[in-house]
Design a protein around this ligand. Structure first.
Ligand SMILES: Cc1cc2nc3c(=O)[nH]c(=O)nc-3n(C[C@H](O)[C@H](O)[C@H](O)COP(=O)(O)OP(=O)(O)OC[C@H]3O[C@@H](n4cnc5c(N)ncnc54)[C@H](O)[C@@H]3O)c2cc1C
Length: 439
């Protein structure tokens, strides 16, 4: 049953809502200011019903933007500290790219060295090729001149990790209420006094929102702007930019005996991300798919290999429900399968013809991206903290830890670069040469 009042109401039982509630409960207890019993999480469906429950689960620090690298550093710490409970596989992450991104990889590597994040950088076409072949003897992609091998990070299993996180929060006394949909806010002055739901109204001192791709609906309920002006770092103002844009993330799997996908040393291979300008040839038709910059990523999975490719821009509106279930939106497109399996075959001989073992189940999902494609972590009203991760965030499990400290009145240098005011202040994040909106 919906209580009449809770000091802290968290909306959304995805990675951010759960992590914030768990860490907040610990902060309250440690400071003698309360406990998890002061916190309730409301979710219109339930734990892991959103993006966190369908994410590929890749955990990496590979970001050109220093502020993103910091978020990932604190997040990987949380994954590492809870490896078993969060079903985390610390196999590492490997980014291989051609000359156009070489400088980006060098910059990221140097920053990782300074921050103590463990990684190696290999430069030069032949060196990269030799490095990859030493690890995976049938590696065959050429034309790649830089390889950043992050020795931390890897992947986790989406739903299992969220259930682990929910158990941590519940063990601290947090209540998670499923089937409670937030439909509006009772706003007096600039404060939310109560949250309206399909199960009644609940009053709160503090609201935390982690609504994943549904953020636009909550944002609109709060009366926040869906179109904003952005000051560029050069000082020009670009007017009327959409605050939210949706991208369809195409992902899929090939199925085979996963025990056969191991490195030369017999270990589970790292997550691999490749961006290349070499011709991409369909293994199904033998036709050229593209000779422009293309990219795929893939990771070991329980039934073979799972991964994805560059996403598709859907514009400013998208049908989000039902999310991750059978629906037209998730029907796998043939051109994605052709592209992704061609990319796999481009990398390794063992994946030649892998379109034949493609699993055609609905896959992928939708992400809501902000006006600059980077997260907004901020108080959008004095008692409403919004965690809008711009679809970067399964890996960002440490954001909740930082938000909990902020809710206790502390400052967070990790979250500060993601304040909403950056758009009007022209303090945007640097842009990389990656073909993805999230690197
Ligand atoms: C296909 C795909 C693959 C991805 N792969 C990766 C990856 O490999 N690595 C990575 O780091 N990130 C990945 N992401 C991004 C990542 O999944 C998201 O950024 C992250 O999970 C968002 O977490 P969240 O807690 O904000 O939202 P969600 O996990 O979406 O949770 C939001 C919750 O809010 C609830 N909710 C929404 N509206 C309401 C309402 N009105 N009232 C009550 N409850 C509500 C929903 O039911 C949902 O449970 C991927 C995303 C997709 C779609």
């Amino acid at each position: 049953m919906l209580p009449k009042f809770k000091k802290y109401v968290v909306i959304g039982a995805g990675v951010h809502g759960l992590s914030t509630a768990w860490h907040l409960a610990k902060e309250l207890k440690a400071r003698g200011k309360g406990s998890g019993e002061d916190i309730v999480i409301l979710d219109k469906s339930g734990v892991a019903a959103g993006a966190s429950g369908i994410a590929c689960g890749v955990i990496r620090n590979f970001y050109f933007q220093p502020a993103m690298g910091e978020v990932m550093r604190v997040s990987v710490e949380v994954w590492e500290e809870n490896q078993e409970d969060f079903h985390y596989n610390p196999v590492g992450y490997l980014a291989v790219a051609g000359p156009v991104q070489e400088h980006d990889l060098e910059t990221i590597f140097e920053r990782q060295q300074r921050s103590g994040y463990r990684s190696d950088l290999i430069l030069g076409e032949q060196n990269v090729h030799d490095y990859m072949r030493a690890m995976l003897p049938d590696w065959k992609a050429r034309g790649l001149t830089a390889c950043l091998h992050e020795k931390q990070g890897g992947f986790a299993f989406n739903k299992a990790s969220m259930l682990g996180l929910a158990a941590k929060a519940e063990a601290e006394g947090v209540k998670i209420l499923s089937g409670v949909e937030v439909t509006g806010f009772d706003i007096r002055g600039d404060l939310v006094r109560a949250i309206q739901t399909n199960q009644g109204t609940i009053e709160a001192d503090q609201v935390i929102i982690g609504a994943g791709p549904w953020i636009k609906s909550l944002w609109t309920m709060l009366g926040l702007p869906n179109v904003i002006d952005i000051r560029t770092p050069g000082g020009d103002v670009v007017q009327d930019q959409p605050m939210w844009t949706y991208w369809r993330l195409a992902e899929g799997e090939i199925h085979f005996d996963p025990k056969t996908y191991v490195t030369a040393e017999g270990k589970v291979p790292p997550v691999i991300h490749i961006d290349s300008s070499e011709p991409l040839i369909s293994t199904k038709t033998g036709n050229l798919i593209t000779d422009q910059l293309w990219g795929i990523y893939f990771k070991p999975d329980k039934q073979g290999v799972q991964g994805g490719a560059t996403p598709e821009n859907l514009g400013t509106s998208a049908q989000l429900d039902p999310y991750g279930t059978q629906s037209q939106l998730y029907v796998v497109k043939e051109d994605f399968v052709d592209y992704w399996t061609a990319g796999l075959a481009h990398c390794m001989k063992r994946f030649e013809g892998s379109h034949k073992i493609y699993d055609w189940s609905p896959s992928g999902g939708i992400g809501a991206f902000t006006a600059d494609n980077f997260p907004v972590f901020d108080f959008m009203l004095p008692n409403v903290y919004v965690i809008a991760d711009s679809n970067h965030g399964y890996k960002m499990i440490g954001v909740g830890k930082e938000v909990a400290r902020v809710l206790m009145g502390e400052a967070s240098s990790v979250l500060y670069p993601f304040r909403f005011a950056r758009f009007s202040q022209g303090e945007l994040h640097p842009v990389s040469n990656s073909p993805y909106p999230w690197s």
